[in-house]
Design a protein around this ligand. Structure first.
Ligand SMILES: Cc1cc2nc3c(=O)[nH]c(=O)nc-3n(C[C@H](O)[C@H](O)[C@H](O)COP(=O)(O)O)c2cc1C
Ligand SMILES: [Fe+2]
Ligand SMILES: [Fe+2]
Length: 409
């Protein structure tokens, strides 16, 4: 059984949260042993109920049970769709079949075509909201703002001006199942752990749209002048103690601001030749006072790409080890690099240790792959066969050059 929480988070505003510990690969890609939550919300008024979003289809029965524990189906007069991705709308068809399709639905104009393409739905009372449109119902006011590409083109957020509450869909969300509901119920250590999961989520899910993230964040802050007292995302922790903390941190992730002293090392190694070179590089990093995060892709363990992406995003420098494989980069490493380029790039230094048997190719291919500013500068070192004392010296020199660049920034 998946754990469900139904809790009033502000007057007459209820959280419906389910803990998903079944999904191993979010979006069939991102490794999440830490799990994820889907957060929907229900606002009760004297005139009826407003439902915000839903859950993944897998939890349909639990969703209907949670929903009907706070409101009778007949009372639901409005549904607000912040984002159409099925992790939030999978329960919509069943909800509509329970309450009737003629309920008022509110969403971005693009929702109309997504309702058809995802669910074959053409509900009659679909209200397509323009940026800044509002809905006043049962004495509560809701203002809708477009936040395109966070995470899809149809994303909106809802502001409740009287309470200064912002419901944000995917924005400001995170993986994992936080120990509490609100940030102020967690210890500082637990909030920091959650922030790592939130960075991993942000990089993997919306990292591709980091430029749009910055645009949207500045619109929320500067144009619409929103400084919410409470932030209610559709995944993970709710923010009440220090909502600006998650806003500021998202800003930094959008910008790819590095964390001082953080270096990430990723390597693939079939027969541990690359690993020997990486061990030298890691030893040199430690000698120089760094404590790198090391991700191996070897025959008895395989680092999670989602973790790698999350850590590369705010690293000061990256070291990558790969062998030449069929006159190319090792396939798994190639996939990681292409995702780094799309989601976690920043002009930070990269040192590549490329090991080959007879004709080096990995380094050249990596340069091609990373063209366009995914890293800067890129230092490539190709080493043939067994690591020699000369090879070791070259690697140590390479690491020191990398650190010189880091320190010079
Ligand atoms: C399946 C496979 C394909 C390889 N393809 C190439 C190649 O195209 N060119 C090359 O120079 N070396 C090639 N090699 C040799 C490796 O690059 C070399 O042995 C390297 O040291 C392997 O490092 P590792 O054991 O850390 O993976 C290949 C090795 C394997 C196992
Ligand atoms: Fe999404
Ligand atoms: Fe989502």
């Amino acid at each position: 059984m998946s754990k469900v929480t139904v809790q009033e988070v502000s007057k007459d505003l209820f959280l419906l949260r389910v803990e998903d510990t079944r999904t191993r690969y979010f979006e069939a890609l991102w490794e999440i042993p830490e799990g994820i939550t889907y957060n929907a919300y229900v606002l009760k008024t004297p005139e009826g109920t407003i439902l915000f979003d839903g859950w993944k289809h897998t939890f349909e029965d639990e969703f209907i049970a949670a929903l009907t524990s706070v409101t009778s189906p007949a009372e639901i007069k409005h549904i607000v769709i912040h984002h159409m991705e099925p992790d939030h709308t999978g329960t919509l068809p069943r909800t509509l079949s329970m309450i009737g399709e003629d309920v008022n639905i509110w969403g971005h104009p693009f929702v109309k075509q997504l309702l058809v393409s995802l669910y074959g739905l053409t509900p009659p009372n679909l209200n397509l909201v323009k940026n800044g449109n509002s809905l006043t119902f049962g004495g509560r006011e809701l203002v809708f703002y477009h936040a395109p590409w966070l995470h899809w083109p149809e994303t909106i957020v809802t502001h409740l001006p009287a309470e200064n509450i912002l419901l944000t869909g995917d924005i400001f969300g995170g993986y994992s199942i936080p120990a509490g509901i609100f940030d102020d119920e967690l210890t500082e250590d637990d909030v920091q752990t959650y922030m790592d999961y939130s960075r991993k989520y942000t990089t993997t899910v919306i990292g591709h749209y980091r430029d749009k993230m910055l645009k949207n964040l500045s619109a929320l802050e500067d144009k619409y002048r929103l400084r919410p007292a409470m932030i209610l995302p559709a995944h993970g922790l709710l923010w009440r103690g220090d909502p600006q903390r998650i806003v500021r941190t998202f800003q930094q992730w959008g910008e790819g601001t590095p964390k001082k002293g953080k270096i990430t090392v990723v390597y693939s190694s079939m027969y541990r030749y690359v690993e020997k070179s990486i061990q030298v590089a890691v030893d040199e990093l430690k000698k120089q006072g760094y404590d790198p995060i090391v991700y191996p892709i070897v025959d008895d363990q395989r680092a999670a790409i989602a973790d790698i992406l999350g850590d590369v995003l705010n690293s000061e420098a990256v070291i990558l080890g790969t062998e030449t494989y069929e006159a190319d980069v090792f396939p798994y490493t190639e996939f990681i690099l292409s995702e780094i380029r799309k989601k976690a790039c920043a002009p930070r230094p990269l040192l590549v240790l490329g090991i080959f048997g007879w004709a080096a190719a990995a380094g050249r291919k990596i340069r091609q792959l990373l063209e366009g500013g995914a890293f800067d500068p890129i230092q490539i070192m190709e080493i043939k066969g067994l690591l020699t004392p000369e090879g070791e010296t070259r690697i140590r020199d390479g690491v020191r050059t990398l650190l010189d660049t880091v320190r010079a920034r």
